[in-house]
Design a protein around this ligand. Structure first.
Ligand code: MOS
Length: 720
């Protein structure tokens, strides 16, 4: 439908369901263990066998031989397929490394075989019997060395004014280098699939995927088959964080195994395999230079960053926010991709801004201190309402200053410790920190089908709920648009048989998919109106109202079904920049003897347009704050520089933060409306909650101790 002529322009200005707190409609299913996740779908197809993956033990080179004879004759084994028996699979648009096939190894734990057996234990035991020989190439996985090669070279992506001249004439300058390590998504549910391709014709895939249509298209490309022969289902997903945007080895190996043995095969990627086999957030090295006049007005921003990637990949663009976040007349931004043979770097929650703000928001703190300014006031002074590189383009909505002011107020910023190392309680040094948050607002085309019969509404779309609350906000959207109570709306998600949606990623899912459901419901309303001969009828309280008559929807005979979509790629204004903003305030304690940093309380203020449901949105933001705490204090994929892999490939040695690490979290939504965004006037919030968190903690740790750490995570050794 055409967003410029919405059927009911004011519907969401008088919203009574959208924007209100509603508990998750799938909450009971989840807490009672009845929500079926991919690996648990024993019911969908009989005779499921177990697959187990084998990964390459080198980072780069060739496989010269695989002896699978012992594995093939092991107890319970029904089949073994090695990469040497399969032509190299196709590579879909957004993937970089081949998922299977051929003798070339591009990264450690790239899949090289699948074992199918009657039990999981038999498959795993047989997998250990494979004998693989390699011709191993040397690898270069040293980002520090790569940075030294690329820094100072290349064409900037943003170049405005005369940066070098601005530095020469500035009253105060800063020039520092920051390091962020590689991160793994560490979602609770691993990549998992059941695939039935036993007839070698129709492929059915029960999986855990953020993007149903991408998954289906990627399978079609990998196997060179018509996408119409593939059905993908993923109604429940135990977390993704970007790791499940992509088709991975679980579905590919289960499909290959299923075809080979003529039976459905299930596979969950073992965690130690997953961390090197799937994608991760690339490490970054960032040089940030800031120049300001004596009043704290930035005169120049120079941000040069590098991240690593396999050849052809995207890496982690840590400069993503820098062209837009703060004003300065002179600006230079450049991001280098360093090609390395680590596993495939790709998107992880707020790709770009997460790492970029980890550095930039420390730099802002350092600069405020050099200027003798309150770091909140310093940020406010450098706010911009327009694209700093193109002042003719304003932000559609930008309430960053309000986030900072409201946060300072609610946090009690005026009572903060102002002397680094100056406040002590027993064995703990107490510090306070602030950081800004910025995350670009994206949208994708999203469609849905709405069907009404006997007064009950069913919504079908291939949209996913990765734990974010899609079921709930889409139920709210449909209920609002059709004037029905939420209890008479059933939302069905995650099936490629249904209209293609935005899927879940890039914090575009909520605003894109609610707009698509709205469009489908408006199309349904038109159909019902036509049938009843009504011009612009109203839908309210379970009734359709027009021509002075009130007809309960439950009394309209027959079934009505309508499908529609919205495409923001077309409708998003070229006249505006769109983004979301926030401010994080943190209090930490740093132990004087051990250097241990503990977060004592956190507050976030978010500006992300209309908040569709404050309960599910708050969960997103506090989850982001927990993830940011891990990023600040513990999360780091450690690179084995000799062999080229992530050495800490399990959750015992890759340490994530949990809620119990943070005694107190508070989230405030400004709940502004963004009229340029969607008919619901909402923007994404799921990734915003992570942006800036780690820097706020690092700044608080500095405030507590006087020790400035520019290399994450802030482990004990760095705090002493
Ligand atoms: Mo997010 S990294 O786009 O799932």
């Amino acid at each position: 439908m055409d967003f410029n002529q919405p059927a009911d322009q004011n519907l969401f200005d008088r919203a009574t369901v959208v924007g209100k707190p509603h508990a998750r409609v799938d909450g009971v299913l989840k807490v009672t263990g009845k929500a079926p996740y991919a690996y648990e779908r024993h019911d969908v197809v009989a005779g499921q066998l177990y697959g187990y993956p084998v990964g390459a033990a080198i980072a780069k080179g060739r496989i010269t031989g695989i002896d699978a004879s012992a594995a093939r004759s092991a107890p319970g084994v029904r089949g073994v397929v090695t990469t040497l028996e399969i032509e190299p699979l196709g590579i879909w648009d957004y993937n970089v490394a081949r998922l299977f096939g051929g003798d070339v190894v591009e990264h450690y734990q790239q899949a090289i075989a699948v074992v199918v057996a009657e039990s999981f234990e038999q498959a795993r035991a047989a997998a250990a019997l494979l004998e693989v020989s390699y011709d191993r190439d040397k690898v270069d996985v040293d980002l520090e060395a790569g940075w030294e090669r690329v820094r100072g070279t290349g064409e900037p992506s943003t170049l405005v004014g005369d940066v070098d001249a601005a530095f020469q004439s500035a009253a105060v300058t800063l020039d520092e280098i920051y390091h962020t390590p590689s991160h793994t998504h560490a979602m609770m549910e691993p990549h998992a699939s059941i695939v039935d391709w036993s007839d070698g014709d129709q492929m059915t895939v029960w999986t855990s995927s953020q993007m149903i249509e991408w998954n289906r298209q990627a399978l079609a490309t990998n196997f060179g088959i018509d996408p119409d022969r593939i059905r993908v289902e993923s109604p429940f997903i135990g977390g993704g964080f970007g790791g499940k945007l992509w088709l991975r080895a679980d579905a590919v190996l289960a499909a290959i195994g299923s075809r080979a043995v003529g039976a459905p095969v299930k596979m969950a990627l073992p965690r130690p395999f997953m961390i090197n086999n799937t994608t991760h957030r690339s490490a970054t090295i960032q040089r940030i230079r800031l120049a300001a006049d004596a009043d704290g007005k930035l005169t120049a921003i120079d941000h040069e960053a590098a991240s690593h990637t396999l050849p052809g990949g995207r890496g982690e663009n840590a400069t993503a926010q820098t062209p837009f976040f703060y004003a300065a007349a002179n600006r230079r931004v450049i991001h280098h991709l360093v090609e390395m043979h680590l596993p495939e770097a790709s998107d992880m929650r707020a790709p770009g801004e997460t790492s970029g703000l980890m550095a930039l928001e420390i730099a802002m703190d350092e600069m405020a201190e050099k200027l003798g300014m309150d770091p909140v006031e310093f940020r406010i002074r450098n706010d911009t309402q327009v694209n700093p590189s193109d002042p003719a383009i304003p932000f559609s909505e930008r309430h960053y200053v309000e986030c900072l002011r409201e946060g300072a107020n609610r946090f009690g910023w005026s009572d903060r410790n102002t002397t680094p190392g100056g406040r002590r309680e027993g064995m703990w040094l107490i510090g306070h920190g602030v950081a800004g948050a910025y995350r670009g607002h994206l949208n994708l085309k999203s469609g849905a089908r709405a069907t009404l019969s006997n007064g009950r509404l069913v919504i079908e779309t291939d949209m996913t709920d990765i734990g974010t609350g899609s079921y709930t906000i889409l139920t709210q959207t449909a209920a609002e648009t059709m004037g029905l109570p939420m209890g008479r709306v059933e939302v069905r998600l995650g099936n490629s048989a249904w209209p293609v949606s935005s899927g879940s990623g890039g914090q575009f899912g909520a605003s894109s998919s609610t707009a698509g459901v709205y469009a489908a419901c408006v199309a349904l309303r038109e159909k019902i109106g036509e049938r009843l001969g009504l011009q612009n009828p109203e839908f309210r309280d379970g009734n359709v109202i027009g021509n002075g008559e009130v007809t309960p929807l439950s009394e309209i005979a027959g079934e009505f079904s309508a499908e529609d979509s919205m495409n923001f790629g077309e409708f998003q204004s070229k006249d505006y920049l769109m983004a979301t903003f926030g401010a994080h305030f943190v209090e930490v304690g740093v132990h004087v003897a051990t250097g241990e940093t503990r977060v004592r309380r956190m507050l976030a203020v978010c500006d992300a347009g209309r908040i569709l449901n404050p309960i599910t949105a708050r969960s997103q933001v506090i989850g982001g704050m927990v993830m940011g705490t891990g990023g600040a204090l513990s999360e780091e994929l450690a690179v084995d520089l000799e062999h080229g892999f992530f050495a800490n490939h399990d959750l015992a040695s890759y340490e994530v933060a949990v809620h119990a690490d943070i005694p107190h979290q508070e989230v405030i939504f400004l709940d502004t409306l963004d009229n340029v965004a969607t008919p619901l006037k909402s923007k994404g919030v799921g990734e915003l909650g992570l942006c800036g968190v780690a820097a706020a903690i690092a700044n608080a740790a500095y405030n507590a101790t006087g020790i400035r750490v520019r290399q994450y995570p802030l482990t004990l050794d760095r705090m002493i």
